[in-house]
Design a protein around this ligand. Structure first.
Ligand code: RB5
Length: 145
């Protein structure tokens, strides 16, 4: 799968770990930065990843900041983006099956590395259920804009 990942300084360390993990799993990873620990605005990586997902350049996006909140708010400003802030494995699975989320956001200061990789693996590997009630609700999300 083609996945684009971005972070701010609060998510940089976890991003590096996730990049390696996804590459080891055979995924094609596009790194939108940031490329160091110097403070930067989460908005910029969120925009780059959201636009790439929306354009279909990549199938999914992952965004990491300190809490994951700024990234999720920013990414969800873009029509067609369904960004899910996740800090547990149950939600990682449910948000793929029910919401067909196309961006995963996490907090690099919230989740530990082991849990984060379980979340990523679950989120990447869980398909959308395709059930009519979930498709109807997603259509309502899109029509709201
Ligand atoms: C940066 O200090 C922090 O505010 C940012 O990484 C993120 O948590 C915002 O939502």
């Amino acid at each position: 799968m083609k996945v684009m990942i971005g972070a701010d300084h609060g998510g940089y360390a976890l991003k590096q770990t996730i990049v390696r993990f996804l590459q080891e799993q055979g995924h094609e990873v596009h790194d939108a930065g940031t490329h160091g620990t110097e403070a930067c605005d989460y908005n910029d990586a969120a925009k780059d990843v959201a636009l790439a997902v929306r354009a279909g350049t990549v199938e999914r996006g992952i965004l990491i900041c300190g809490t994951g909140v700024g990234m999720s708010i920013q990414a969800n400003k873009f029509q067609g983006i369904r960004a899910a802030l996740v800090s547990d494995v149950y939600t990682a699975e449910a948000t793929r099956a029910h919401n067909d989320s196309n961006i995963l956001t996490m907090g690099g200061r919230v989740v530990g590395e082991g849990l984060a990789l379980k979340i990523v693996a679950t989120w990447i590997n869980t398909p959308f259920s395709g059930e009519a009630r979930h498709a109807r609700r997603i259509a309502k999300l899109e029509n709201n804009q």
